[in-house]
Design a protein around this ligand. Structure first.
Ligand SMILES: Cc1ncc(COP(=O)(O)O)c(C=O)c1O
Length: 393
């Protein structure tokens, strides 16, 4: 070979080494060599395991998918480039050969509601919104028309309501409608929707799964009946997570149990403290014994674990007072995300629910005085001290 060809070929395409790394390496190759074209044919036909082409699969991504599949207890998983890519793929797969009607919880991440209204709507998919915590209302809406999919969040954004996922799953099963659950806030450490009868679980892995504020990604886990459709659509459309993000997410998940345990404990203390502060009008926290969904929470969550999120309203506050409070925070990070090791605060009116009209937000009870805190793993006294100084005049 001449030197120009050597620069292209030398050192590459060595046969996979015969050793076992203790963690999964980052494989960036887009495609692979096989012993023969017969083998290539078998791999691409899914008759023989092995990587084929990066849109279809990737060894780093496959390792992450196997991990999250096991944590959620599904038949298969696909890691996507974002949580929203997962929600899109899950609903496309569910609706493919079913009636074009979705029953959706009225309280969800704003972009999920926008996707249904502004993308699925114009394409002929009708969405009926309902309070998923009101089982009778949910049942009536489900049976009002021929429904192709139900979608909800296991802890709903941003007022932290907890729908009775097990009872909803039973109604969906009776009506033969797949239930898609966004389990981002709860994580499999608190709740595993497939074990409760759900069919497809979605995560924004950008949040608790990766956990360090350095990944955009998502994971779908589906049961046997729905996984083939999810995988087939993913292989055609390719909304998949890249190898580097897959590596970071897998690395993050290794400490998920520890992080969530600490975040839950810290959130309990922060919520109790906020509830007694004279400038706080109301707190929203699944660990509050007076929470409107206390019965579902006691039935579905493990003891003394209520997640790391706490929402609260400042007394008599509008945007100006909220801005003043948030800008005084020194350690708590004002950033649009959640589930990271650091404590973060968002203003749903400007962040997660900015796409909804002010009227729509008011109808849902998302007031201008509402903030959502994602409690991190810091020393809880430091979190409370920062909130205290920012609340003082
Ligand atoms: C509950 C929930 N689901 C889905 C998403 C979308 O995730 P991503 O930003 O990774 O697309 C978010 C993002 O904030 C979320 O909070």
């Amino acid at each position: 070979m001449k030197i120009e060809s050597k620069t292209v070929h030398w050192g590459d395409r060595r046969k996979a080494a015969d050793f076992t790394p203790v963690t999964t390496p980052i494989y960036t190759a887009a495609s692979y060599l096989y012993e023969s074209l017969d083998q290539l044919d078998r791999v691409f036909a899914l008759e023989e395991p092995g990587p084929s082409y990066a849109r279809y699969d990737n060894p780093t991504r496959s390792a992450l998918e196997e991990l999250v599949r096991e944590l959620e207890g599904g038949a298969g998983a696909i890691a996507c480039a974002s949580g929203m890519a997962c929600m899109h793929l899950a609903l496309l797969a569910a609706l493919l050969d079913r009636p074009k009607r979705v029953v959706a919880a009225n309280m969800m991440y704003g972009a999920t509601t926008s996707m249904l209204m502004n993308i699925f709507g114009p394409m002929g998919v009708e969405t009926a919104q309902v309070d998923a915590c009101d089982l009778a209302a949910f049942e009536a809406t489900l049976n009002e028309g021929k429904t192709g999919a139900v979608v909800l969040e296991s802890i709903a954004n941003p007022l932290l309501r907890v729908p009775p996922v097990d009872k909803i799953a039973a109604l969906c099963r009776a009506a033969d409608v797949p239930l898609v659950v966004d389990n981002t806030f709860a994580t499999p450490m608190l709740l595993r929707p497939l074990e409760l009868g759900g069919n497809i679980v979605c995560h924004s892995a950008s949040k608790y799964l990766a956990g360090h504020g350095d990944v955009l990604g998502g994971v779908i886990v589906a049961d046997q009946a729905n996984f083939d459709a999810v995988r087939a659509l993913s292989r055609t459309l390719g909304p998949v997570m890249g190898p580097f993000e897959s590596y970071l997410t897998m690395r993050g998940i290794k400490t998920l149990a520890l992080r969530v345990e600490r975040q839950c404990a810290n959130a309990c203390k922060v919520a109790s403290w906020l509830a007694t502060h004279p400038r706080v009008e109301r707190t929203f926290f699944p660990g509050d014994p007076k929470h409107p969904d206390a019965e579902s929470i006691a039935r579905l969550f493990p003891p003394n674990r209520f997640g790391g999120l706490v929402s609260f309203e400042l007394k008599g506050a509008g945007r100006a007072e909220v801005f003043r409070f948030m800008e005084k925070l020194k350690m708590v990070v004002r950033a649009t995300s959640l589930g990271d090791v650091h404590t973060m605060i968002v203003y749903p009116v400007m962040g997660s629910h900015r796409d909804l009209s002010p009227k729509h937000r008011e109808r849902l009870g998302i007031h201008d005085s509402l903030m959502r805190l994602s409690v991190g793993i810091e020393a809880v006294d430091d979190i409370i001290a920062d909130l205290q100084q920012a609340l003082s005049d």
